[in-house]
Design a protein around this ligand. Structure first.
Ligand SMILES: [Mn+2]
Length: 569
């Protein structure tokens, strides 16, 4: 059962925001999301939080400026997801723009090297003979790896956004808004955002050193914001005002046809139009295509795509990424169907948690599968796959996704305290976590996890709630409003608008045997609507939760209501 819950918008705040220049509907939506001051409405780069607030950033800038002067060899150690790849591309492009001419990168292979800057990564990249090693989107937990790099004579700059553990690596400099003592007020920067800030600070340092003059003006780093927007949305970090500003600036550049060749190529293979770039495109079209490389192959492909300035080459790589994404979808659909079949057989969705394992599952896709099942069953969910040979025999790797009522990492922490021998390794945060266990302990973990969830989460919290923005005036149910909403920055922590209304169902039919196509009526108006992945018959009168979406068909755009939920009214 799904419960609809209306967000409340303070009408005085909405009026004030509207008086400050916002469209009245957008003002209402903003007010319902906790925006209360004009200051939070800043959209130009001058409104960005200044870099100085980031602990270590001055030292990072000095280190890199000295490195540029000394012609030092710099190597960026990336990560295998979209955030890591965009952060790597931002780092390389920025360093080159700012005068470094010996910059390289290295992407660890998650199957071979595990996560982050491990000693085995350092061993493999030693041949690059770096003077300065720069981690992006990783490194804050790499105590041994940083020591190994330093033992080989490298200077290490860690840039990361993940939560640190009890011990920090002894890197020469660390920039991470979440490190102890950092007072930067946006703790939600993605890895790519942190690297972008380091680039801003480096430019300021070079400016102070008198490097730029009329002949050699300071470069405009705004050209990197397309990458920052993509990595930030794809990493599902909270879109706080500072992140929304970064994303807004990046999307504005894409809409004005200013973007790197790789991002343009990704739009092309995804069949999306950059002139109407949205956060949805970042999260659901471009992001997954880049991530497919890291999941099934090697993220170097993604980084190469984002580094290329030759459109033909970028497009060729983007086509390879497209093929990998198709493959990823097929693997995922197979795994998901197998998981759902298990659920139907055993009815374990009636319990407080879901824990699944199939011997043939692919380690790179278990997180997505856990997420899909969690969305469907609204239960904290783990999916396990056998660890690849490099990681040890007889071990399972699990990836979990949670519901708002359960802090997943804390739950694993509690299990470890009570059963110190059960979980071999774990990490993560509130909504997602990963762990490894012995295959022989699978049933034991399943039972223990279910008991723990039952203890920490009430039955009421296991009921799905959909937050809506209430009814929408019929006059606003238009293509124009759909576009107005699409122009805004929505995402994690700043949910895209969802409305609810009662409709008469005029017509219904199945589309491709999987989706419902509907004609819905409200007094004085009729709407096209679609409910994806649902074949249930629809009662004649429904209360529906829906989004306004733009349906492009044979070059003609029209309004389509995208239903997220319906019930008899
Ligand atoms: Mn990240």
């Amino acid at each position: 059962m799904t419960r609809l819950l209306q967000r409340t918008a303070d009408s005085n705040t909405a009026r004030r925001l509207s008086a400050a220049g916002l469209h009245p509907l957008i003002a209402r939506l903003y007010a319902a999301r906790g925006i209360c001051s004009d200051a939070e409405l800043k959209t130009d780069l001058a409104g960005l939080l200044p870099p100085d607030g980031l602990k270590g950033i001055k030292d990072a800038a000095r280190l890199l400026a000295d490195g540029i002067t000394a012609n030092a060899r710099m190597v960026i150690v990336a990560d295998y997801d979209c955030d890591g790849a965009t952060a790597c591309a931002v780092g390389i492009r920025a360093l080159r723009l700012l005068g470094a001419n010996d910059v390289h990168y290295f992407v660890p292979d998650r199957v071979v090297h595990g996560y982050g800057l491990s000693p085995s990564v350092v061993a493999d990249l030693a041949r690059l003979e770096a003077d300065i090693l720069i981690t992006v989107d990783n490194g804050i937990a790499s105590v041994a790896g940083v020591a190994a790099a330093q033992a080989l004579g490298m200077t290490v700059l860690v840039t990361d956004h993940h939560l640190p553990g009890d011990v920090l690596p002894a890197a020469e400099v660390i920039v991470n808004p979440n490190q102890p003592g950092c007072s930067f007020s946006s703790k939600n920067l993605a890895g790519v955002g942190v690297m972008f800030y380091v680039a801003l600070a480096l430019r300021a340092e070079l400016r102070d050193r008198g490097v730029f003059n009329e002949e050699r003006p300071a470069p405009n780093l705004g050209c990197l914001l397309d990458l920052v927007a993509l990595g930030t949305v794809a990493d599902v970090v909270k879109l706080d005002p500072n992140n929304r500003l970064l994303v807004r600036q990046g999307l504005a550049r894409m809409r004005a046809e200013r973007m790197c060749a790789g991002i343009r190529a990704l739009f092309a293979v995804a069949g999306r139009n950059p002139a109407r770039a949205t956060t949805f495109d970042m999260g659901f079209a471009l992001g997954p295509r880049l991530n497919a490389a890291g999941r099934l192959s090697d993220m170097s492909l993604g980084v190469e795509c984002l580094l290329s300035d030759d459109y033909a080459r970028a497009f060729t790589i983007a086509q390879q990424l497209q093929a990998l994404n198709v493959e990823r979808r097929e693997i995922e659909a197979e795994m998901r169907d197998a998981a759902i079949a298990t659920l139907d057989e055993t009815h374990i969705d009636e319990g407080p948690a879901i824990v699944l394992f199939e011997p043939e599952w692919h380690q790179g896709v278990i997180g997505i599968v856990a997420g899909r099942i969690k969305d469907q069953a609204h239960r904290p969910t783990f999916a396990f796959a056998r660890a690849s040979d490099h990681d040890g025999d007889g071990e399972l790797k699990g990836s979990g996704r949670s519901i708002p009522a359960l802090h997943l990492r804390d739950a694993l922490d509690l299990i470890t305290k009570r059963h110190p021998d059960l979980i071999l390794k774990f990490g993560g945060h509130a909504m997602a976590a990963g762990l490894s266990i012995r295959e022989a302990d699978f049933e034991r973990f399943r039972e223990t996890f279910a008991e723990t969830v039952a203890e920490l989460v009430s039955p009421a919290e296991l009921q799905r709630t959909l937050e809506t923005d209430g009814a929408l005036e019929t006059g606003y149910m238009s293509l124009e409003t759909a576009r107005l909403i699409d122009d805004e920055i929505w995402g994690q922590g700043f949910a895209a608008p969802l409305f609810e209304d009662v409709f008469e169902v005029r017509r219904q039919r199945l589309m491709k045997e999987r989706h419902l196509k509907l004609e819905l009526a409200k007094p004085g108006a009729v709407f096209e609507a679609v409910r994806f992945n649902c074949t249930d018959p629809v009662p004649p009168r429904i209360r529906a939760a829906y989004r306004l979406s733009v349906n492009e068909y044979q070059g003609v755009a029209s309004l389509q209501l995208m239903l997220e939920h319906f019930e008899a009214a």
